[in-house]
Design a binder for this molecule. Structure first.
Ligand SMILES: [Zn+2]
Length: 54
């Protein structure tokens, strides 16, 4: 599964990132946080669907 985190940039924007290589730029830390949560849930769902086919 993915573990996404966020980093606040000096200009006030924020970057959401994950060790899998996924990154997204967002105008606010809150938006980046939401995106990080969404990424984790999306990848968990994809892995569950993959596992169900095996
Ligand atoms: Zn990821």
């Amino acid at each position: 599964m993915c573990y996404a985190d966020t980093a606040t940039n000096p200009d006030g924007t924020a970057t959401a990132f994950c060790y899998c290589g996924w990154t997204e730029e967002h105008p606010t830390p809150d938006a980046a946080d939401t995106a990080a949560d969404t990424h984790e849930r999306a990848t968990d769902a994809a892995e569950a669907a993959f596992a169900a086919t095996r």
